[in-house]
Ligand binder design. Structure first.
Ligand code: ZN
Ligand code: ZN
Length: 240
């Protein structure tokens, strides 16, 4: 956190250095990113991403959409608009926040975006099948996504029972945890452990972690064996 000198913010462990939450999902032929954070540009540079087929959005909060302007580099090299998948609420915010990308007469070089609507049904990006999962961020509906045996849920503090069924059977489940203390719109550590225990998932990673949670190394030793803290650059091979 800017200006903070707590033990996490001053830690020399790379795993305590966190950019905003996002994931990249790749098959042999297709690559997508979930959310375009304010760190999107640096995240793409850091991972040496040369082409990207789509960005899939969870919800319209700024820490998940602010980086969308930077798709212009992908537009430039591919010569194509970026496919964006979002629900209607998120699309409204994208159009409001990046009006120049949707103007009738566009300034040359603006980001080229093709909006695709996510309803409740599964959809595909290239050869990647995506199942949306509705979760709650206080009162805001947010989309989690299941890709085969991998499920990603961020910015939630509650999941209805029917939607939990869509997570069940995942081999890896990534879910947000902010800190130990309760929060109005994010799972606390205890709430997330309870959720995960009810789902019987072999491997779980916590993400969207605040500096208030504590040092990576310390928290990691306190967690049940199947649960880990995610960290920037973590890569998982799902064999799909
Ligand atoms: Zn949020
Ligand atoms: Zn967030």
């Amino acid at each position: 956190m800017i200006g903070c000198d707590c033990e996490v913010c001053t830690s020399t462990n790379k795993k305590d250095k966190r950019l905003r939450s996002s994931i990249m999902v790749e098959s042999a032929t297709t690559r997508l990113v979930v959310d375009a954070t304010p760190d999107f540009r640096y995240q793409m540079l850091r991972a040496c991403v040369k082409n990207l087929d789509a960005i899939v959005f969870t919800h319209p909060h700024k820490d998940h959409v602010a980086g969308l302007d930077d798709v212009r580099a992908f537009n430039f090299f591919s010569g194509k608009p970026m496919n964006v998948f979002a629900n209607e609420m998120t699309q409204e915010v994208i159009i409001r926040e990046f009006p120049y990308a949707f103007a009738d007469t566009k300034y040359p070089g603006v980001p080229e975006i093709r909006l695709n609507t996510i309803a409740f049904d599964e959809f595909t990006v290239g050869d990647i099948k995506v199942i949306p999962i509705l979760v709650w961020h206080m009162k805001m509906p947010v989309l989690g996504f299941r890709f085969g045996k991998f499920t990603y849920v961020t910015d939630a503090n509650r999941i209805d029972d029917e939607e939990k069924e869509k997570i069940r059977g995942s081999e890896v489940f990534v879910v947000n945890v902010l800190r130990k203390q309760a929060h109005v719109s994010h799972f606390s550590l205890g709430e997330a452990i309870e959720l995960v225990n009810g789902l019987n998932i072999p491997t779980v990673y916590f993400t969207h972690i605040s500096h208030q949670l504590g040092l990576h190394q310390t928290i990691e030793t306190e967690l049940p064996k199947n649960i880990h803290l995610a960290y920037d650059g973590l890569s998982l091979n799902m064999g799909m």
